[in-house]
Design a protein around this ligand. Structure first.
Ligand SMILES: Cc1cc2nc3c(=O)[nH]c(=O)nc-3n(C[C@H](O)[C@H](O)[C@H](O)COP(=O)(O)OP(=O)(O)OC[C@H]3O[C@@H](n4cnc5c(N)ncnc54)[C@H](O)[C@@H]3O)c2cc1C
Length: 406
């Protein structure tokens, strides 16, 4: 069986390691941090995208891609964690709310959501319960004006649609995966090791990395690059350049425990630089508001290495700005405001995507996310998950290239 190095211990790297170990490979999983799943993998709200968000991609290619990822997500973890995917902590399904300043009006959003929902219906035939046990056959429902005005500021939200789209709690998933991988002899985990380059080594792949005790060089039968924000730099050392302009953006989100009496509520505001409220069913609420939470954009091959957890005074500024902005749109959020915010966390991470301009540009490539996946160059494979949603789907695709099933 091959010895495979998986570079990057985020969700993509961990999923590839699990998929390879399942097929009998010997895996070495390398990450520069002190523990697995400590960066973008836990900095996100865990929305398992069905594609409803991508009204800026009228070809529906992004939605088609996300639907495949979404339907594979629960079954992958159900298999590896030996659990019912419904037992993963997930959120109240999202209401899609059309903001007054949306790049697409309510009629356009409605037509797009319905087209995606039809695609979902086709793709889910025979696997209707794959998405956390949620019934995907139920039609999307447009909210009445009275319902909309009860939940939102009616002047800011011009349309609202119930969807089945849910989000998992990425911190809970990370805790379960770390424990699983630590108990697997087929996966050797090497932490605090920074990969600096990969090179062909006469039929094997040489990985050069740096540890506190000095440089390391080790040859592998195959190598998978799942480094997310570190991926393009290591691809370049193999001689592969980005095919098009790319952006690295750093975005935060706020997580807090809401009062026990408050019900979960989830809303995604479309379409443009807005944000979301995600109410998980275990009492946690996540908020993000793009103008407050987006804190940096780089076109370099590698972005700066920014800590996941925001420190003061940035932490408090983000909480105040984000909660303040969303409370204006969702007045009911005021009832969930903690008496003090000391238990809240502000986590952020890099978002890697093709594109040249930010999402306030309706023509930006950031509105189309289908040019992602596994690219193989002989024994070297580079995986761009694009989204957390896609990690299990691409992990199985990548493992199939390395150890095909009989
Ligand atoms: C704020 C925010 C919200 C998001 N919301 C969603 C969402 O709701 N739904 C969704 O589907 N996606 C979402 N995403 C995207 C999703 O988080 C990412 O697509 C996904 O987590 C990236 O894959 P990863 O988990 O493997 O990345 P990471 O967790 O960043 O893993 C990459 C790993 O590589 C390591 N590394 C990097 N360079 C090196 C090196 N040179 N040597 C050694 N190790 C290295 C890092 O330490 C890291 O552990 C969001 C992202 C952010 C930041």
């Amino acid at each position: 069986m091959p010895k495979v190095a998986v570079l990057g211990g985020g969700l993509q790297g961990c999923c590839v390691a699990l998929a390879l170990a399942e097929r009998g490979a010997n895996v070495v999983l390398i990450d520069r941090n002190e523990r697995l799943l400590s960066r973008a993998a836990i900095a996100n709200e865990g929305k398992i995208h069905i594609g409803y968000m991508y009204v800026g991609d009228p070809t529906l290619a992004t939605a088609r891609m996300m639907i495949e990822g979404a339907l594979a997500f629960g079954p992958f973890f159900g298999r590896h964690l030996a659990c019912d995917p419904q037992s993963m902590s997930h959120s109240d399904p999202a209401v899609y709310a059309v903001h007054r300043d949306s790049q697409h009006d309510t009629a356009e959003v409605s037509g797009y959501l319905r087209a995606v929902h039809a695609l979902l219906g086709e793709a889910a035939t025979g696997r209707e319960h794959s998405y956390f046990g949620i019934d995907l056959r139920q039609a999307l429902r447009e909210w009445s004006a009275a319902e909309r005005e009860a939940a939102f500021d009616g002047e800011l939200v011009l349309g609202a649609f119930s969807s089945p789209e849910t989000a998992i709690d990425p911190v809970e998933l990370a805790d379960r995966l770390r424990a699983l991988i630590a108990a697997m002899p087929a996966i050797e985990v090497r932490l605090e090791e920074t990969v600096v380059s990969v090179a062909d080594d006469g039929g094997r792949v040489m990985v050069a990395s740096l540890r506190a005790d000095g440089p390391v060089r080790e040859a592998y039968d195959q190598v998978v690059n799942a480094l997310w924000d570190g991926r393009l730099a290591i691809d370049a050392s193999w001689g592969v350049s980005p095919r098009r302009p790319h952006l690295h953006r750093f975005k935060y989100g706020v997580t807090y425990r809401r009062p026990a009496a408050e019900k979960p509520f989830s809303a995604t505001f479309v379409s443009g630089p807005f944000g979301e409220v995600v109410g998980y069913r275990d009492g946690i609420t996540y908020l993000t508001w793009y103008p407050e939470c987006m804190r940096g954009m780089w076109r370099d091959i590698a972005p700066p290495d920014i800590p996941t957890y925001a420190e003061e005074p940035l932490r408090s500024a983000i909480i105040e700005g984000t909660f303040g902005a969303l409370k204006d749109i969702v007045p009911g959020l005021a009832a969930t405001e903690p008496r003090d915010w000391s238990g809240a966390t502000v986590r952020g991470g890099i978002i890697v995507a093709w594109g040249e301009t930010d999402i306030d540009d309706p023509t930006s490539e950031l509105h189309s996310r289908f040019a992602i996946g596994v690219r193989s160059h002989g024994r070297y494979h580079s995986v761009d998950p694009g989204k957390l949603t896609m990690a299990p789907y691409f992990a199985d695709a990548c493992a199939e290239r390395i150890v095909p099933r009989p």
